[in-house]
Design a protein around this ligand. Sequence first.
Ligand code: BGP
Length: 475
Amino acid sequence: MPFPKNFLWGGATAANQCEGGYDQGGRGLANVDLIPHGLLRSDVMSGKRVMLDFEDGFNYPAKKAINMYDHFKEDIALFGEMGFKTYRLSIAWSRIYPNGDELEPNEEGIKFYENIFKECKMYGIEPLVTITHFDCPVHLTKVYGGWKNREMITFYKRLVTTLFTRYKGLVKYWLTFNEINMIMHMPFMAAGLLIDEDEDRNQVLYQASHYQLVASAEATKIAHEIDPENLVGCMLAAGQFYPLTSNPEDVFEAHCKNRDNFFFIDVQSRGAYPSYAIYEMDRLGVKLDFTKEDEEVLKNNTVDFISFSYYSSRVASIDSSNQTKVSGNIFKSIKNPYLKASEWGWQIDPLGFRYTMNVLYERYQKPLFVVENGLGANDIVNEDDSIIDDYRIDYLRKHISAMKDAIEIDGVSILGYTSWGCIDLVSASTGEMSKRYGYIYVDLDNQGNGSEKRIKKKSFDWYKQVIASSGENLD
Ligand code: BGP
C-alpha cells in the first residue's frame, strides 16, 4: 500500500482568506485586510499602489471572508465527517499581537485558536499550523517598514514563543512562512513590505528575505526547545520550470528560474546560502546585513520537513517576449502546448507534480508535505442544492495518483496531503469567491453577499472515500 496508515490526509486554508472577523476579539489590522477586490488588487499586492488603511469605494474581501470566525465548529465538523487526519490553517498574527510589537499577547486571540485546535482534536484531526500565511500587522509596516527592519525578527520570535508555549500538546506540525519565495513577486501581500522609490529594489527584497530566513531558523530553534516533539517545515510555492525547447539556452534559463525558488529552501533546509545566490547578490550589488549569529542560527536550525504548494508546472525560455503567456500561482509562465488549463488559465500537469516532488526530495532528502494543491473553478448549484464538480474530482484524482507514483515508484517520502481551500474561500490572487476549490460550497458571491450556508459538493463524498481507503480508491 503506497500511502502509509499514518499519512496525513486533509485540507488547507489561510486565516485571511476564510476567517473574517477582522475587527473581532481585539484583532489588529493586517496587510492582508487591505487588499481590495477589483482592478487595483494586483497593484496593491505588489506594493505599487500603497494602501495602508481602508479607503472608500473598495470591497475588502478579507474583512468577512467566509466568516469562519463564527462558523468554525460547523466547518470542522464537516472536515471530521470527511475523515480528515489533518487540517492546515494559519494564525492571523494581528489576532495574537494586534500591533505586532506589544510585549503581551491578546488573550482573546489565543483563546480563539485554542478553541479551534480543541475542536479539531475532538474529531481526531491533527492541526498543521502556518505561523504566517502572508500576514503582517500593518502597524509593523507603518512604524518599522516591515521585514526590511531587523527588529521584525524580535517580534516574530515573540509571536512564535507565545504560540509554541500556549499550544504545546495541541499542535505538533508548524510551517514558518507560507510560500516564502512569494516575497520576491508580491512583497506587500506576501510580507507587508513596501519599497520606496529611492530604494534599491533588489537590496530591499534580499534583505527582507534574509530577515525572514533568520526568523524561520530562530522559530525552528525555539519550537524544538519548547517541545522536542514539534516538527517545523518550510513552505515553497513550487512547480518546476521546464525549458521551452531543447536549446541549451532555454535549458539553462529554466535551471536559473528554478534556482530562484530553491534559494529559500536551500537556506532553510541546508543551513547556508548557496553559492549561486551569493554570486547573484554580488552581481546585483546587494550587501546584506548578515551577522555571525545569523550564520550560526541558520546552520544549526534547519527544517524537519519540506512543505510546498503545487498547482502547475511552468515554462521558461530566453526568448520569452515572443511567447504566449499564461497565468499561474502569481508567477506568469510561457504557455505549454502540451497542457490544458483551468478556467483561470492555470495549466494542469499531474506529471509535473510527480516531477516536482522528485526534484525536491532528491535535492533535500527530507520528508515532503504537500500542503496545497487543487483546482479553482466556477461551481453551479442545482435546484436541489447538488453541485456536480466532476472537473475538480478529475484534477484531484490525477494529482493524487501522481503522488502515489512518486511514493510507490520513485520512493519519495511524503508525510501528508492537504488540498487547498477544502472549503470555498476568497482567492488570494483575484479576491473572488467564484474561484472555488472546496469540497464544501459556501453561499457567498464576489461582493460578499449571500447566506454563508455550507453545502457539500459531489467531491465531498469522493474525498471521504479517498481518505477512508488510504488513497486506494480514487474512482
Ligand atoms: C497560494 C496561496 C494560497 C492560495 C492559493 C491559490 O499562492 O498560498 O493562499 O490562495 O495559492 O491561489 P488563488 O487563491 O489565487 O487561486
